[in-house]
Design a protein around this ligand. Structure first.
Ligand code: ZN
Length: 185
């Protein structure tokens, strides 16, 4: 398995719409394995294909041992009152913000072998599903912040972004805990 480079804010791939997966090949399964490896190395809880430069509807999630491969996922229902909680993103390291989202969602997706499934989730897992599906539509959590908070987040990012030449974040496994934050996805 290979640890992939993570694309950070500023890379156009993060804003591009993604293509649905139509073939369940060994190449796809290798990409998924590499994405899990990359997510664990970066100490995140979710990772979407555009974050590794691939415009396909694929994401991986592991929230407290609840592991999901999301292929062509869509939200089929949203329930409960909206809840506000902190989010971060592996593509915008060290920037966090409170995002309001439906408390519970049910998703429909395919796994790495093309089998359909549905999953309902609330709290951090439900939030992570929504954050990853947003990535597949070119949407980032900072888009939800108020203009004032977004401006503050982007000002902070202006100072950070020089650490990522070419909008590339090299995941260095030897520095565990460097960016560790349980809400980066
Ligand atoms: Zn993210």
């Amino acid at each position: 398995m290979t640890i992939l480079d993570i694309r950070v804010l500023g890379d156009p791939v993060l804003r591009k719409p993604t293509k649905p997966v139509t073939e369940f090949t060994d190449e796809l399964r290798r990409l998924i394995a590499d994405m899990f490896e990359t997510m664990y190395a970066a100490e995140g809880i979710g990772l979407a294909a555009p974050q590794v430069g691939i415009s396909e509807r694929v994401a991986v999630v592991d929230v407290e041992g609840r592991k999901y491969t999301l292929i062509n996922p869509r939200i089929v229902s949203r329930d409960g009152a909206s809840e506000k909680a902190e989010e971060g993103c592996l593509s915008i390291p060290d920037i966090y913000g409170d995002v309001e989202r439906p408390a519970e969602v049910t998703i429909h997706a395919l796994d790495e072998n093309g089998n359909e499934y549905e999953a309902s989730a609330s709290e951090l897992l439900g939030r992570c599903f929504q954050h990853e599906i947003d990535h597949l539509d070119g949407k980032l959590f900072i888009d939800y912040l108020s203009p004032l908070k977004r401006r503050a987040a982007l000002a902070k990012w202006e100072k950070e972004k020089d650490d990522y030449p070419g909008n590339i974040r090299k995941v260095r496994t030897e520095v565990k805990g460097e960016h560790h934050h349980e809400t980066e996805m």
